[in-house]
Design a protein around this ligand. Structure first.
Ligand SMILES: NC(=O)c1ccc[n+]([C@@H]2O[C@H](COP(=O)([O-])OP(=O)(O)OC[C@H]3O[C@@H](n4cnc5c(N)ncnc54)[C@H](OP(=O)(O)O)[C@@H]3O)[C@@H](O)[C@H]2O)c1
Length: 264
């Protein structure tokens, strides 16, 4: 995910390659990244980190304590930290690095193709201009929304962070149905992916709600009505809402587990 952001920023006109410094602790990754001419790659964090204005932290949440140990002494209070680590709170990062300016962000996988959505919130030490600068960086992978507090970061994990998997779940179900009906693998893929893409495009190009679109497709006694009735009878909408809440709850839980681990 860190590399996804780096690639988004590299492709944008915001930064030239020498303004973009990448560090990873894996020598193999550093070697392969240094062959890409999009950014400056470092194998020594002491060389790059003190020079940075904005520092993106993109390690797995369970590696954060180790990361804090590695970088704390190299950072200063003018730097802005942008963390995409799920469940790691702003307070944890401020305490772990002993600095004030932290932006916590929740991206999602379509960032890899420039169609991501990132929700973010900032500590009070980050100025409006600095927030705008961070937003421009985040937007190089798609769109972003600023949320009021960290509760909404956990909530957006349940909607957009984990959301691509819900869409894939729906796609997989339709693919399996198409295959069962006798379509080839290739034709099933075209039928399903074009249906998703077309529906999203219709939705984006209008002010209509998904509910109104559903009613437009479904006529009384028709085929779509039969499908929608079957979904309603099986409570599919409620089940999907429950799934989103399960992800939200898990994000909150992960944050608490991390906090307990750090204070014990
Ligand atoms: N993937 C997503 O869709 C997604 C969505 C939302 C949020 N996130 C968040 O994004 C973060 C990154 O996820 P990911 O899937 O991109 O993880 P990842 O593929 O494991 O990437 C993390 C990279 O950081 C390196 N690393 C670990 N400790 C380090 C240290 N102390 N110093 C420097 N580099 C270090 C890892 O090296 P090693 O492999 O050698 O450990 C690895 O190359 C996570 O916190 C996750 O919660 C991801």
């Amino acid at each position: 995910m860190g590399l996804t952001y780096a690639q988004g920023m590299a492709k944008s006109s915001l930064l030239n390659r020498h303004n973009l410094m990448i560090y990873d602790k894996s020598p193999e990754l550093i070697l392969s990244l240094s062959k890409i001419n999009h950014f400056d790659v470092y194998d020594d964090i002491e060389e790059c980190l003190p020079k940075a204005d904005v520092v993106f932290l993109a390690v797995k949440p369970y590696h954060c304590e180790e990361l804090f140990e590695d970088i704390k002494s190299l950072m200063n209070n003018d730097q802005i930290v942008v963390s995409i680590m799920a469940g790691v709170t702003i307070k944890t990062i401020q305490e772990g690095l002993d600095l004030e300016k932290v932006v916590r962000a929740m991206p999602n996988l379509p960032a890899q193709v420039g169609k991501g959505v990132t929700s973010y919130t900032a500590s009070s030490g980050v100025s409006r201009i600095e927030i705008l600068m961070v937003r421009n960086l985040l937007d190089t992978t798609g769109e972003s929304i600023k949320v009021e507090n960290e509760n909404f970061i956990d909530a957006s994990t349940g909607i957009s962070g984990s959301g691509p998997a819900y869409v894939f779940y729906f796609m997989q179900s339709m693919l399996e149905a198409a295959l069962k009906m006798g379509f080839s693998k290739n034709d099933s893929k075209i039928l399903v992916s074009q249906t998703f893409e077309g529906a999203v495009e219709l939705f984006n190009q209008s002010d209509l709600s998904p509910e109104t679109w559903m009613e437009r497709v479904a006529s009384k006694g028709g085929t779509t009505r039969a499908a929608l009735d079957s979904m309603e009878d099986n409570n599919v909408k409620e089940l999907i809402k429950d799934a989103a809440y399960a992800a939200f709850d898990r994000a909150v839980e992960l944050g608490k587990e991390k906090k307990t681990k750090l204070t014990t």
